[in-house]
Design a protein. Sequence first.
Lengths: 303, 449
Amino acid sequence: MTNTIIWTVAILTVLGLVLSLVLFWVARKFRVEEDPRIDEIEKTLPGANCGGCGFAGCRAFADAAVKAGNLDANYCPVGGNEVMAKVAAILGCEVKEAAPMVAVVRCNGSCANRPRVNVYEGEQSCRVKATLYSGDTLCSFGCLGCGDCVAACAFGAIAMDAQTGLPVVDQDKCTACGKCASACPKNIIEVRPKGPRGMREYVSCVNKDKGPAARKACSAACIGCGICVKTCTHQAITLADNVAWIDPAKCKLCRECEALCPTGAIHGVNFPKPLDKEGIKQRIEARKAKAAAEVAKKEENNG
Amino acid sequence: MAKLTFSIGGIHPADSKLAKDCKIEVLPLPDKVYVSMAQHLGAPAKPVVAVGDSVKAGQILAEPGGFISAYVHSPVSGTVKSIGPRKDLAGFNQTHIEIDVQGDEWAEGIDLSPELVTALPEDTAFILDRIKMNGVVGLGGATFPTHVKLSPPPGKKADCLILNGAECEPFLTSDYRILLESTDEIVVGAAIMQKVLGGCPCVIGIEENKPEAIKAVKASVARLAYPGIRVETLRKRYPQGGEKQLIDAVMHRQVRSGGLPIDVGAVVQNVATSLAVYEAVQKNKPLVTNVLTITGDCIAPERQHNYFFRIGMPLSFIAEQAGGVPEGAVKLISGGPMMGKAIANLDAATVKGSSSILYLGESTRRGQQGPCIRCGRCADACPMGLEPFLLKRLWAAGDASALEANAVQDCIECGCCQYSCPANIPLLDNIRMAKAQVMGIIRARNAKK
């Protein structure tokens, strides 16, 4: 009996020692040399592994950045400029500052604006619903309201509004990783620059139907009338497939398009003052009168 | 003789063939028709007419947009008003040709007389050309171009042509009515297809709940005396009319995963397709009409109809002819209750494959969804031997390789799993998505090879 115990302990001890030596040797022999900066950068990154940068996760991002030796192809939208400055310091290179971005839901189809014409009983998933039919309203482009974007968000920044049936983005929590935009089968969510002090102007509709059809489906749809395109003095608005789009790089936030939009499809957010429609209309009229006067003057001079 | 059926799975829904005694009526012409360019499987057709052209019924409006595609003909005579997007059944925009109806004049060379032409053309190339030029597609549901299906790839030979008269979907009676009213034409159509396929035998399979049709077809087969055509009685069971199920029932052969019916020497065609083939080949008449059933569990018997419709008629026009949408209808379905599509837009135009407008009442609403209790009824019901509960879980987990290993690509979307689920879980909604994803992966892999 005692013998057995002694032998067991002895064999296991010797085995343990021998194997630990083998492991020690293997660890030495096959050690992978890795740049310590990869670990350092990974620690600096937010660690959400959201994929918003275009890489598989934070470590893949760090690996790619170290291998490239610069940050031309890498930008972490979640960490923003602050984190990127730290990463740049580790790598000892320059980083371009990027404007902070935010996810924008481009649909006005609340229950009040866009009447429901049928009841959907299938799986509560936008992805499934989008393959079955155009949705429970007459608009085949708008929000389906099943909340795939909410499920996709790793930061809890999107929630469905029970009143309107539309998703609402919490702009303080949103990191602009773009997960919601790729989860949306209707491509309604767009990642746009946050704008100065959060002020931004966008067309909150993606309906490509012609005016009457779009209007019938939703009272706040973009009907492709082109008034905003004609009004804009900065050439910031383009009209394609019966829907307008505001280029954030060119928009000067004058809010003239918003004041003139006949359906209210253009939204301006975070402006300090409410929209003064009449004031803006007068301003446009005055400008037009001035321009007409100048033309008349020129003709007079020429004539 | 023993009644034939397939070997695994299947369900027995109440057959509810409420409109089976309604004779097929001819609808009046509407003021306008809208002919869709995407009414067959494969690439949409390309319009060959321009706005302002005057067209005759039976004239070609559009030509095939690819190898798997079909000609589309004008169902009426009149003027082309516009060519542009219009919402289809599911509410999505599709290119439609809008025609203002004027009179009812048919293009030259089309034989509209009711006489039966029994003498078969000698040349198979001529037959295939007629089928192709007259835009015939499979009318059993998938609307696959018929001339492609009747031209087996080199090295493959058809041992048997199966004519599908099962009509296993509850409520639908359009196939039953044409089996009764155009029996001889269907049998001649079968003989034509037999000839194209090299004289293989032909089995016409009809479910046991249509004894009059079985009697009529048997009599017609005996009278016309084409060689090698026989009628088989099938047991009443859903999805008996599924291509692979029918091959199993009639020939006792199984199509392997990813294979085609022609791999086991079978070609399956619907009886309505057979009628279209007859008209295309013997009468040179394009596929511009079909039969549609108006029925449901919440519509009075006198308002149920079987109609000959022209393609392009708006569904709402046909519904009006039958007295409008009945009170108490909560679901509008085009096709059968099992595999049909919800009508999201009643103004949508009918297409070649339209087979019904089905009104279903309050009792058919989907119940509260519960958790899966692993009872396995879905796996018992699946005619393809899949495990739907597992597939749904794998889809939720996003495991595409496991989905492929569990053969999600074999799903025929018959809906037996969802029908048999006691917890009202929308299994098929999920499996259909998973199938589309896996099919995409398989196609990409094959393209690489």
